[in-house]
Write a protein that binds this ligand. Sequence first.
Ligand code: SAM
Length: 270
Amino acid sequence: MNPNKALWEKGDFTRIAESMRDSGEVLVKDLGITSGLEVLDLGCGDGTTAVPAARLGADVLGVDIAANLVEAGNRRAEAEGLTRCRFQEGDASDLHELRDGSFDLVVSIFGAMFAPRPFDVAGEMVRVTRAGGRIVMGNWIPDDPTLVAQILKVSAAYSPPPPEGFVSPMTWGIEANVIERFARAGIPEAKISFARDTYNFTHPGSPSELLAVFRTSYGPTMNAFEAAEANGRGTDLQNELEALFNSQNTSASNDATSIPATFLRVTVTR
Ligand SMILES: C[S@@+](CC[C@H](N)C(=O)[O-])C[C@H]1O[C@@H](n2cnc3c(N)ncnc32)[C@H](O)[C@@H]1O
């Protein structure tokens, strides 16, 4: 089994996505979506950005490597009667099933960054975007002090080293890497802009409860706990992550969670 697919089909990312819905909607409202715009949401999960884009009238295709998330996305679209929003399986590193220049807007929020072969990913995003169209990516930033970068950093310290030649997804959060990858796909630096943006993870329970959701449902965290437990260090990992989640909670109540996480927003004009 493709390890990239296995990682994201492990657990149930929809449970994490529930904590990201509000920020997904805010981000989509800022994309200038108009009725009939052809949108590709790449690495779409269960549609945190695809569904609100369709509510604004766009024709949305969500593509994701995980079959369970594609199914969940289609269920959400059907439940809302969004007939112009559909989800299908695909790999951001090789979108051979999609025609050249078929989308006005390609969105990938913490999605394509997790695909292998980043140069191929940039090439495919550019290929399927029409001339004059846009690509918007949200990418976590390595060593950033906020939630997700820290979860991934702490988890890596408890996990075996990655295989030889592995390119960290976090390199998509480094501007020079982004510029180099899109340059290889024919996009000059002047057509790329960067901004720091924030996603808020909200949960109607304590930070420890949100961590429990990550521990049981988020593939990368599940793998980190499996590796830590195999070395008798599961409790250390739990304690470190619990301290992280609690220290970053900005909610006034201890029984509710709101944790901001900074990301790099990349906009490319084709
Ligand atoms: C952190 S989740 C984000 C999901 C969604 N964009 C959101 O904002 O909720 C990462 C997503 O990327 C998908 N993904 C990972 N590797 C992929 C690949 N090679 N091609 C397409 N999707 C991929 C995962 O299955 C998962 O749904």
